[in-house]
Design a protein around this ligand. Structure first.
Ligand code: PLP
Length: 386
């Protein structure tokens, strides 16, 4: 039997059949209708309302961050978080080549240049050792800043992304950041409910961001949040994302260039209902990951990706990784699984291969390039194994 045939047989055994199984689907089994109706009945649907404050408080409590600021989406959250970390036009920001395009786009929106870095096979996220070796070659720490000697630009921040919910080596990256005066800003869009050595992802960096897009662990339709443990940065995040208008009973003035990125109360109401179900979603996702781990254990030439040691992953998007040398079997696996009704997909096209980022600086990317040809994401919705 080919790997593709083995995979389909294993998916049939693990997943409830028949019928198409989506990659990820939202689950609205709680107070969603009640809270939405409350918004409509009260008239508070837009940019002000009690659900926004409540959602922010619940996010802060759940993650352990001092402050959470809800915004329109995860990309906007990252753009503002990077600006607050000091990124300005002309800077470089280190981001993984293996990520969703939003990570690099947020950098480019600020007029800065993404600088692509390689991944670690053990976490799928940024590799601190490879980054340290690269910086030793191209960068120099001077007056508390990190200068790229090849481009002459200031390297301002590092943005690790917790791929598919699996925590990256945060301590390793923090050491590299400390050595070079780089700000650590976590793209935790995929890792709500994931913990690195017992501490929630998104609480290590100076700032971090979450996403509540329709395919994420919880959804507000569209939405995102900025997390920080710094009270002043939290205050500024709220200020910048609400048009930078100083509070005043009637005066309408703005003290800097702000954004209208506030999450509407309607979306926040959905978020409050989803937060009540988050622990149950996480339990189900873990149960599904365990079922995959067992069901896929016998495959020849591929392994189910498990959470890195010392970490607890939310298993947002389950992944099968083909062994090195098995790249040619990726497309047959995708074809066979999708044809059998199990939606699977490969990893994102690597950032340095996208037309708008082809000319950006980067290190050698052997691991990201290898992983990109071997990753296959599996159906992961919270309703699959109830
Ligand atoms: C989902 C996601 C985002 C944010 O996406 P939005 O759709 O803007 O909320 C950012 N980075 C990564 C890695 C993501 O997966």
């Amino acid at each position: 039997m080919s790997l593709a045939q083995e995979l389909v047989a294993a998916l049939r055994a693990v997943l409830p059949g028949p019928g198409p199984v989506a990659l990820h689907e939202p689950c609205f089994a709680g107070n969603e209708w009640k809270y939405l109706k409350d918004c409509l009945d009260s008239g508070w649907v837009s940019s002000v309302g009690s659900y926004v404050d409540r959602f922010e408080d619940e996010l802060a409590r759940f993650t352990g961050a001092k402050r959470a600021v809800a915004v329109v989406n995860g990309t906007a959250a990252l753009q503002v978080a990077l600006r607050l970390a000091g990124v300005t036009a002309g800077d470089e920001v280190i981001v993984p080549a293996l990520t969703f395009v939003a990570t690099a786009n947020a950098v480019a929106y600020l007029g800065a240049t993404p600088h692509f870095a390689d991944s670690a096979e053990a976490t799928l996220g940024l590799d601190p050792a490879a980054l340290a070796r690269h910086l030793a070659q191209v960068a120099v720490a001077r007056d508390g800043q990190c200068l790229n000697r090849q481009t002459g630009r200031v390297m301002r921040a590092v943005v690790p992304m917790h791929v598919f919910g699996h925590p990256v080596d945060l301590e390793g990256l923090q050491r590299v950041c400390d050595d070079y005066g780089l700000a650590l800003v976590e793209d935790a869009a995929e890792s709500l409910g994931s913990y690195y050595h017992g501490r929630h992802t998104g609480t290590f960096g100076r700032l971090a961001t979450l996403s509540f897009n329709g395919n994420k662990t919880i959804t507000t339709g569209g939405g995102g949040a900025i997390l920080t443990n710094d009270e002043e940065l939290g205050r500024l995040a709220k200020h910048l994302t609400t048009t930078a208008k100083p509070p005043h009973p009637w005066a309408y003035a703005h003290d800097q260039l702000g954004y209208n990125y506030r999450l509407p109360n309607l979306n926040a109401a959905l978020g409050c209902a989803q937060m009540e179900q988050l622990p149950e979603f996480l339990r189900r996702k873990r149960r599904l990951a365990e079922a995959y781990a067992q069901g896929l254990a016998g495959l020849t030439g591929a392994r189910f990706f498990r959470e890195p040691p010392g970490c607890q992953s939310n298993y947002w998007l389950n992944a099968l990784i083909l062994d090195r040398g098995r790249e040619a079997e990726l497309t047959p696996c995708l074809e066979a699984a999708n044809q059998a009704g199990y939606m699977t997909r490969p990893a994102w096209e690597l950032m340095h291969r996208l037309p708008m980022y082809r000319a950006c600086p980067r290190m050698d990317l052997p691991v990201a390039e290898s992983l990109a040809g071997r990753i296959l994401n599996l159906p992961s919705g919270p309703r699959l194994l109830v």
